[in-house]
Design a protein around this ligand. Structure first.
Ligand code: PRX
Length: 567
């Protein structure tokens, strides 16, 4: 029997107080996520249970019990406090998926800091935008990423501490840089956690929008309530599970469900710190007898491409429950997973802003391949009209909207209350995604309602790429769109007009791609560049990305009455 029991009956008897009670939390109590994921689990008699099984790309494996994790998180918390960092300070985690990233996250929360995880493949420009906005006080990083930090630190007056977790002593550290070795420091057995309350800030995740700079979605410790109970009901986590969440904690799935949800449930997680390769993924599942697997459609489609034979060469019989998030999970992928694993992937829908799963397929509930499923118990969702934002009838496409008030909802965009407020209309939080509901209450995703690009489950803002492109000496203007892609859902495509004196060539094409890869990240790098003589613009001079997109996909361009120039 699944943890959720029957979805229909859970809808009737659910309240968030169920989760509060299970977590021994009462309104007004201290609720520190770092404590809940470590000390509390140890107190429950699981101190010698494995919390983390970690495999490095070289093949080395390290294992940590809940008690070891607790002490490592304490040691990091103590070290950060010792540097003079205070509660409320934004502390960035800029690392590959190494144990220090996971325990550092919990350590920051334990000392009352605000954890700001950033994807380690980010280049200096992506980094500075987010650190500057957040006024980040410290960054915890690895030797291999230090040069990117050094490039920008002088422009970041708030960034006082750069902590290197694997310093080898070869080149001298500079002012403000310190070496910290989690496993060699004096272990801190007992640490007085920061007495965080429900509304104390916890995590700041940056997410890209259509316009402007990326925005920091601010979460609070009370998010634990949603993350704990949704991990239990949707991921169906049990005490004897070996759980693998493939997401990187630089993105929200990697923290809400790759750290908080699972460990608050006292479940053993495994992490593979290596890029995607079907062989190593299947080996990993077989080797560690993974039972619950949370991944993303791009990875699933990439596995599909590798075929069925490689699956048969592995014993994957430990798997019992599969979930997916981040992009539309196409029906073929669900049908394929049923065929090869004997289990369907359960699609889950949510966002950085929602902090936890809001629409999902549940164990025990019929899966309609291609549908995102139904609202989580305790979540009131609907579809509202694209213009009036009033709830609309079954079957009609509109915007996904959620009644505010669930525990993991973001509390603001960092220093951007105006944009935060603009997301709430007629008493609904508007997700910015188009979908419809069928006669059985299942939600069907249609597409985003803005220009944000979803590549492999990662959101990339076209504005950030266009701004970076302008810094290249040859680029006069650019328009960036998501081009449909069979595996990655979308890839970045840039339309560029060149400055006088520059001619389109393979060389310049490659140079611009590399320029963006290094400056921003491999995700933001245009996979395709088209040099054009002019770009479609409104009379006020704004580049019309939707015209570029329609031209690319052959779709109807729609109303172009505001277009200034001919196409
Ligand atoms: O467009 C939706 C898409 O990813 C967006 C949220 O991205 P992010 O904030 O980075 O968080 C990703 C992981 C929670 C959504 O607005 N998205 C997410 N899940 C799905 C999805 N699109 C279709 N189907 C999904 N299941």
């Amino acid at each position: 029997m699944a943890n959720i029991g029957s979805y229909e009956s859970k809808l009737n008897d659910f309240s968030w107080q169920i989760a509060e009670k299970e977590l021994d939390y009462k309104p007004g109590d201290i609720i520190n996520i770092g404590e809940y994921c470590t000390d509390r689990i140890c107190r429950m008699g699981k101190k010698d249970k494995l919390a983390l099984i970690w495999k490095e790309h070289s093949g080395d494996i390290k294992k940590y019990t809940f008690d070891q994790m607790r002490v490592h998180a304490n040691t990091i918390a103590h070290y950060l406090s010792g540097l003079g960092l205070q509660n409320g300070d934004r502390i960035c985690l800029f690392m590959d998926k190494i144990p220090e990233l996971y325990f550092g996250f919990l350590g920051i929360l334990k000392m009352g800091g605000v954890a700001q995880p950033l994807f380690s493949a980010f280049g200096p420009e992506s980094l500075i935008t987010r650190l500057e906005d957040a006024g980040t006080a410290a960054i915890i990083t690895q030797k291999k990423h230090l040069s990117k930090v050094r490039k920008i630190v002088n422009d970041l007056p708030s960034l006082k501490n750069i902590i290197v977790v694997d310093y080898d002593g070869k080149k001298p550290l500079k002012d403000g840089e310190t070496a910290f070795f989690m496993e060699k420091e004096e272990p801190i057995e007992n640490y007085d956690i920061f007495p965080a309350k429900a509304e104390t800030p916890s995590v700041l995740h940056y997410t890209s929008g259509t316009t402007g700079k990326p925005k920091g979605a601010q979460h609070v410790h009370y998010s634990l309530i949603s993350q704990y109970i949704s991990a239990k009901y949707v991921l169906d986590l049990n005490d004897d599970d070996i759980y693998w969440c493939t997401a990187d904690p630089g993105w929200v799935t990697g923290t809400s469900y790759g750290i908080i949800g699972a460990w608050a449930n006292g479940v053993t997680q495994c992490v593979l710190d290596a890029g995607f390769k079907a062989q190593s993924w299947y080996d990993f599942i077989e080797e560690h007898k993974v039972t619950v697997w949370y991944s993303a459609p791009t990875a699933i489609r990439a596995l599909m491409k590798e075929g069925d034979e490689i699956v048969k060469e592995h014993d994957l019989s430990s798997l019992r429950h599969l979930c997916s998030v981040g992009e539309p999970l196409n029906a073929e992928a669900v049908i394929w997973s049923e065929k090869v694993f004997g289990l369907p992937f359960h699609d889950t829908f949510w966002q950085t802003e929602t902090g936890s799963i809001v629409i999902s397929n549940y164990p025990g509930m019929k899966v309609k391949p291609g549908s995102m499923g139904k609202p989580f118990p305790g979540i009131t969702a609907t579809i509202v009209d694209l213009k009036t934002h009033e709830p609309i009838e079954t079957g009609v496409v509109g915007l996904i909207a959620i009644k505010p008030g669930w525990p993991a909802m973001f509390r603001t965009y960092w220093k951007n209350e105006k944009v935060y407020k603009s997301k709430f209309i007629n008493g609904w939080y508007i997700c910015g995604d188009r979908a419809s509901i069928d006669e059985d209450g299942y939600y069907w995703f249609v597409g985003r309602d803005d220009d944000v690009i979803n590549t492999g489950g990662h959101l990339v803002g076209p504005f950030e790429i266009e701004s970076a492109l302008l810094e290249h000496e040859a680029v006069a203007e650019s328009g960036v769109i998501g081009k449909p892609d069979p595996v990655n859902m979308e890839v970045v495509k840039a339309f560029i007009t060149l400055k006088a004196g520059f001619e389109p060539s393979d060389m310049i094409n490659l140079e611009i791609m590399n320029f963006i890869r290094k400056k921003l990240s491999p995700l933001a790098m245009p996979q395709e560049i088209e040099f054009v003589d002019s770009l479609p613009k409104t009379r006020s001079g704004k580049i019309m990305r939707r015209v570029l997109k329609a031209r690319e996909t052959g779709e109807d361009i729609g109303d172009i009455s505001t277009l200034e120039n001919d196409l």
